[in-house]
Structures are given as C-alpha cells and as structure tokens.
Design a protein around this ligand. Structure first.
Ligand SMILES: [Zn+2]
Length: 265
C-alpha cells in the first residue's frame, strides 16, 4: 500500500486504459511485469524522474484484456493507494496522455501531427506548427468574514457537499482579476486583502489551481443559480460537508483555516 513498496525497482509505468490507471497488486507496474502482457501502446511518453525512478506513461486500447492481478483505478484513488509523491507523477502522466490523444491532428491545417521523440511536443510536418501540453490556470479562494468562511455548492457536487469559490482564468485577465470576477459573479460580494496560499496541478484535465485567502469587504451573498445553487457563511466548528479528499487544495485551505482557530484555543 505504501509508497516505500516502490523503492526497490528503478523504472515504473503509468499505463492508462479509458483514463483509468493500471496497477499490479496495488503497485505501479515495472517494465518486467508489463513485458509478460505484450501490451500494444496507443501512445507513450517518457515522464521523467520521480522518487529516484525513471517513469513512463502510455495508453492501451480499451479492449485490451488484463490478467486478474491487474486492476484499473480512477486517478483520484491513486492518491490513497500510491501516496502523495506518486500521485503527483500519476497526475502528470494522465495529463500528458490526454493531451497527446487530443492533439493527433494539426488545428491549423488538419494534417496528422507527429510526436517529437524525447519531448512532449507534437509537430505538424505540413505547416510546421508545434504543439505543447497546455496548462489552464484557475483560481480557488477561501473568503474569511470574522471567524466564518464562505462555502458554496454547485449543482454538480455530491449531495450535501460544499466547496470554495473557484474558476478558470479568462484570456486577458491576471489571476487576481479572475479571483475578484469569479467571487462577484458567483456570490455577488466584494473581497479585499487577497493573499497567495499555494498552488496545485489538478489533472482534470489540465488545471493549475492557484489558491488564495481573502477577506470579505462588502455586499450581500447573491448567488447566480447557475454555477452556484447555495452559499453561506460558516464557522469553523459548524462547517457543512466539504471536499473529503486531502489531495485537493480546497481541503488544504479549509484545514488551514480550521487549524488557526483550533490551535489558538
Ligand atoms: Zn499543420
């Protein structure tokens, strides 16, 4: 179960089938364990070095049969099964594979693109366009109002789950512009004293989540009823159901807020 179980080998493969990660007895497969399967890869990339091991990623055909000791897990489960360090590599692997799959043809002239060896780049041999994996910056903000924070729920959240205001940066905006705009659009309030908290790559499919803490300034909560169906101020000891997985920066922000009050008692 733990990440230490991977230390004895030096080459690991992140294999995806239908966006699910292949594990062999709850561990990443090695070159040896894959060779017995004779897998045909639809695409493959060298990921680089993680935890002193060389890592590769690849995708196999959805119809590929697998032996009983191999399982396919959703990427989110990789965090709890493989541990935080390997999850980072799995997230990168998933994004690279998805990007490669979606850029098989040139967006400018329509001809097939070619993978440039030893890079992630795809190149169009006809018009020369070079394509690189894209990262989409997005923001998430924890808004404090006295000893309460703003939590909201979107219609696509699981029942009872609340989260923080988040959204993509739009073309032409700074990240700070995006935070103020999203807060105004989704809950109708003004914030101030924006400060950086941390960032996290979020591979669903290619976001860089940039986290902030802000203070409430003015306005009444007015939800947009599209992206947000419910929002309110909640105290640290009376929070609604939040993001459960400790993998998310949303969870880290909320835990940071709670810790300020718990530790000051
Ligand atoms: Zn082209």
């Amino acid at each position: 179960m733990s990440s230490t179980s991977h230390t004895e080998a030096s080459e690991f493969w992140f294999i995806f089938r239908n966006e699910r990660l292949l594990l062999e007895e709850n561990k990443l497969p090695t070159k040896d364990s894959l060779s017995r399967l004779g897998l045909q890869f639809l695409r493959q990339h060298k990921l680089g070095q993680f935890n002193n091991s060389i890592c590769y990623c690849a995708e196999i055909d959805p119809s590929t049969a697998l032996p009983d000791d191999m399982t396919l897990i959703p990427l989110r489960k990789a965090f709890e099964i493989l541990g935080a360090d390997w999850y980072v590599a799995a997230a990168k692997a998933s994004s690279i594979i998805n990007w490669d799959k979606n850029h098989q043809f040139c967006g400018r002239c329509g001809n097939p693109t070619i993978h440039k060896p030893e890079t992630y780049e795809r190149n169009c041999p006809v018009c020369g366009l070079s394509l690189y994996p894209r990262i989409s910056p997005s923001m998430i903000v924890l808004i404090q109002h006295d000893d309460m924070i703003l939590m909201s729920r979107s219609p696509h959240f699981p029942p009872g789950a609340y989260g923080l205001i988040a959204g993509f940066v739009e073309v032409g905006e700074s990240i700070e512009d995006a935070v103020h705009r999203e807060v105004k659009e989704e809950v109708g309030i003004q914030i101030t004293n924006l400060r950086y908290f941390g960032s996290q790559f979020w591979p669903f499919p290619d976001s860089l989540m940039i986290g902030f803490i802000a203070d409430y300034l003015s306005g009444e909560i007015t939800i947009d009823h599209k992206e947000i169906e419910s929002a309110g101020w909640y105290r640290y000891d009376n929070l609604p159901g939040g993001p459960s997985s400790s993998v998310s920066i949303a969870r880290k922000l909320i835990d940071y807020y709670i810790a300020q009050y718990v530790s000051s008692k």
